[in-house]
Design a protein around this ligand. Structure first.
Ligand SMILES: C[S@@+](CC[C@H](N)C(=O)[O-])C[C@H]1O[C@@H](n2cnc3c(N)ncnc32)[C@H](O)[C@@H]1O
Length: 214
């Protein structure tokens, strides 16, 4: 393993805004860091957490948690949040599949799924973050009426998510095939992530799906 990555892996769990799902009482520790809030917004597969950090800057009175299984990416996220002096955002090293084991008392009021791996092969369909297996996890942690937002460049994942919304009888709020051709985007919709910027540079169209699970 490259030395830089090794250093990140050794250091990341010492950062005050980083929590590991495997730690005992992790929910209580997160709550304590986030001013004892009982409501948070999650960014799933956050990478360097552009959404969590920019949402935290837009909404200083709300609380945000970026989740990623890769600790080295959370290192970057934590450094970025510290540089922006955002005290209302924390990071959780966790598998998204296991979030219902973390969030028992804190309720999730919104989810952003930002440019997840699309898993185009049918054999990997269960890994898509809008597969019903993941929706079951989200259902357990979301407040009633909470919005799930998916941003992607991937046509297959976009169409797949719309089919899941229909088949599972979910409530579709918005589905846009080319977000930046729309007028009057919200400040939240306009946030761009690292991967998003790469896709835009490659000439890809950015898609957005918003739905609720009830
Ligand atoms: C393509 S990157 C996107 C990163 C960031 N959201 C962005 O737009 O720049 C997808 C991220 O999702 C994370 N990820 C994928 N599946 C995951 C899972 N099941 N649990 C936790 N993180 C996951 C990966 O580690 C990776 O950092």
């Amino acid at each position: 393993m490259p030395r830089r990555k090794l250093r990140k892996l050794l250091e990341v769990r010492t950062f005050e805004n980083v929590f590991d799902a495997k730690t005992e009482n992790v929910e209580e520790k997160l709550r304590s860091y986030l001013n004892n809030t009982d409501r948070v917004t999650l960014e799933l597969g956050c990478g360097q957490a552009d959404y969590s950090i920019n949402l935290a800057l837009l909404h200083p009175k709300r609380y945000f948690i970026g989740v990623d299984r890769k600790a080295a990416r959370i290192w970057n996220a934590s450094k970025n949040a510290t540089a922006k002096e955002t005290r209302n955002v924390a990071f959780l090293i966790s598998y998204i599949e296991k979030l219902d084991e973390v969030f028992k008392n804190i309720k999730v009021e919104e989810i952003w799924i930002t440019f997840p791996d699309p898993y185009p092969r049918r054999s990997s369909i269960k890994k898509r973050l809008t597969h019903p297996r993941f929706l079951e996890v989200y259902k357990k942690i979301l407040t009633p009426g909470a919005v799930v937002n998916l941003k992607t460049d991937d046509d297959t994942l976009f169409e797949y998510t719309l089919s899941v919304v229909e088949e599972e009888n979910l409530n579709l709020i918005k589905a846009v095939n080319d977000l930046y051709s729309e007028e009057n985007l919200s400040e939240e919709e306009k946030i761009r992530t690292k991967y998003e910027n790469q896709h835009i540079a490659d000439g890809k169209k950015i898609k957005l799906v918003q739905f609720t699970l009830d």
